[in-house]
Design a protein around this ligand. Structure first.
Ligand code: SF4
Length: 358
C-alpha cells in the first residue's frame, strides 16, 4: 500500500488487470435494435411472464432505452441506485428482476431477503466493484481503525459488510457533511474522483481508495470546452465520478437524478451531458423541448474504452429479461450472515436519506 497526502494508492495491478480483462472480453457496447412488431411482441411476452411470476422490473437509468421503456410500460421503475433499492424493498412483488449491474442485484437481496432477485445477466459488473477487492479493503480499514468507513453503493456485499455507511451519489455529500460535523475521520471507497469532489466540497478528513468508473473517467475537460465553443449557450452537466478537471467546467454537478433535475431547472435550452448516455431516455422525457448532447469521450488523453456507455449495463436486454422470467434462473444469493452485516450500513443510508427528504 502507498500513502500520500491526497489519498491512498491501494489498487494493485491485479485489480486493474481484472478490470481490463473484463473490458477486453466485452468489446464495445451495442445498442439494441428491434422492429416495432418484434418489440411489441417481446413486451407482451415479458408482461405476461411478470404477471405470472408476480414480478416487477427495476431498471437503472444507464440501461438501454428499450429496457427502461419496458420497465415503465410494465409498472416497474427506472431510477438511480438509491431509488432502485427503495422501490424494490417497498414493492409487494415476490420477485424483482433487476436490470443493472451485480451490486444492484445484491443490494436488492440484502434489503429484501424474502424476495427472489433475478438478473438478466450475472456477468454485468462494475469497474468500481472490481477495483475494490474485499481482502485488500479490509486490510486497509484495519490499518486505520480510528476512521469511519464509508463506501459507495458500487461495491460487493462483502465490502458493504465491512463498512459503517453505504452512500450513493444522491446522498454522499450530505452524509459526509454529517459525519464531518461529528468530528469523524473517514475512509472513502472506491471511487477516487467522487471522493475527491466530496472532500473538496466538505473539507472533511478523508482517505481515498483509488478506484474509478471506466465510463466517467473518459471525459476530458479539453473536449468539453471545445464542444462548448460550438454551443456557447449550452449548459454542461457532469456526474461527480468524472475527473476534477471535468467537474471544474460544469454548470451542474450531481447524481443521475440530480442531473435530470438540473436539465429541467437550468434556463439553457441545450445541455452537454457528461455521464452514461443511457440517461438521455429519461432526461429527454423531462425536457422534451431541450437539446441534449453527449459530452465527448475522445478529448485529449481519452482512450474511449467506454464511449459514454457502460459495457456492463449494455448487457441487459429484452431476451435476457424474458429468459430469466421463463426459467426463473440467474438468481442473486447473498450469504445470510454477510447480508445481516451489509444491511446495517444500507439501512443507515436509507434512514438518513428519508430524513433528508422530510
Ligand atoms: S457506469 Fe461506471 S459506475 Fe456505473 S456500473 Fe458502469 S462502470 Fe460502474
Amino acid at each position: 500500500m502507498k500513502g500520500s497526502s491526497q489519498g491512498i494508492d491501494v489498487l494493485d495491478q491485479d485489480a486493474k488487470a481484472i478490470v481490463q480483462q473484463h473490458l477486453d472480453q466485452l468489446g464495445a457496447p451495442q445498442g439494441q435494435v428491434h422492429t416495432d412488431a418484434h418489440k411489441q411482441q417481446m413486451f407482451e411476452q415479458i408482461k405476461a411472464e411478470l404477471l405470472k411470476q408476480e414480478a416487477v422490473l427495476v431498471a437503472h437509468y444507464y440501461c438501454d432505452p428499450i429496457v427502461q421503456e419496458l420497465a415503465e410500460a410494465t409498472g416497474g421503475c427506472v431510477a438511480d441506485s438509491l431509488e432502485m433499492a427503495r422501490f424494490g424493498r417497498d414493492h409487494p412483488a415476490k420477485t424483482l428482476v433487476v436490470a443493472g449491474v451485480k451490486f444492484m442485484g445484491e443490494t436488492a437481496k440484502i434489503l429484501s431477503p424474502e424476495k427472489t432477485i433475478l438478473m438478466p445477466t450475472l456477468e454485468a459488473t462494475c469497474s468500481l466493484d472490481l477495483g475494490c477487492p474485499v481482502d485488500q479493503f479490509t486490510q486497509f480499514c484495519d490499518a486505520h481503525p480510528d476512521h469511519t468507513v464509508v463506501v459507495y453503493a458500487n461495491t460487493s456485499a462483502a465490502v458493504k459488510a465491512r463498512a459503517d455507511w453505504v452512500v450513493t451519489s444522491s446522498c454522499a455529500v450530505e452524509i459526509i457533511e454529517h459525519l464531518d460535523s461529528l468530528g469523524e475521520k473517514i475512509i472513502w471507497a472506491p471511487d477516487q474522483h467522487l471522493g475527491r469532489y466530496i472532500k473538496n466540497k466538505t473539507k472533511a478528513e478523508m482517505l481515498l481508495w483509488d478506484g474509478a468508473c471506466i465510463v466517467h473517467e473518459e471525459f476530458r475537460s479539453r473536449g468539453i470546452e471545445k464542444m462548448r465553443a460550438l454551443y456557447p449557450d449550452a449548459a454542461v452537466l457532469v456526474h461527480p465520478e468524472s475527473p476534477m478537471s471535468v467537474i471544474a467546467v460544469a454548470d451542474a454537478v450531481g447524481s443521475t437524478s440530480q442531473l435530470i433535475q438540473a436539465a429541467k431547472t437550468l434556463p439553457q435550452q441545450t445541455m452537454i451531458v457528461a455521464t452514461d448516455r443511457g440517461i438521455f431516455y429519461k432526461m429527454q422525457q423531462v425536457v422534451p423541448e431541450k437539446t441534449l448532447i453527449e459530452a465527448p469521450t475522445a478529448g485529449e488523453g481519452a482512450t474511449c474504452r467506454s464511449c459514454a456507455h457502460c459495457p456492463w449495463m449494455a448487457m441487459n436486454d429484452l431476451q435476457g429479461i424474458l429468459d430469466v422470467l421463463q426459467h426463473m434462473h440467474q438468481e442473486i444469493h447473498v450469504d445470510p450472515a454477510l447480508r445481516e452485516r451489509a444491511k446495517q450500513p444500507l439501512d443507515r443510508m436509507l434512514a438518513f436519506s428519508a430524513a433528508m427528504q422530510r
